[in-house]
Ligand binder design. Sequence first.
Ligand SMILES: [Zn+2]
Length: 100
Amino acid sequence: MASDYDEVRPEVKTSQERSLEDLQTADAPDARSVVTELEESDAFDEGLTPGGEIVSEEVIVQVIPQGRDEFTCSSCFLVRLRSQLAHESDGHSYCIECEG
Ligand SMILES: [Zn+2]
């Protein structure tokens, strides 16, 4: 981007016969292209933000609150109801499905 302007300016100085109108029309396309690129990059950043929120939601879903009447099976690592507890040893609990 900067190199484009650097190329234009020496031309402007050497060819001072050009009118102001000619210079403005010559600069206009470059300025527009720069603005368009900036807007596109902004939109890209905004598009990435919702993706980050979705990831955090997945983390929240994975953290399942364990109730008093629940336990986490040491074999299948699923949160089971106490009524599904089949075996317990050394602090490890196993559900009916894993023991059965
Ligand atoms: Zn299990």
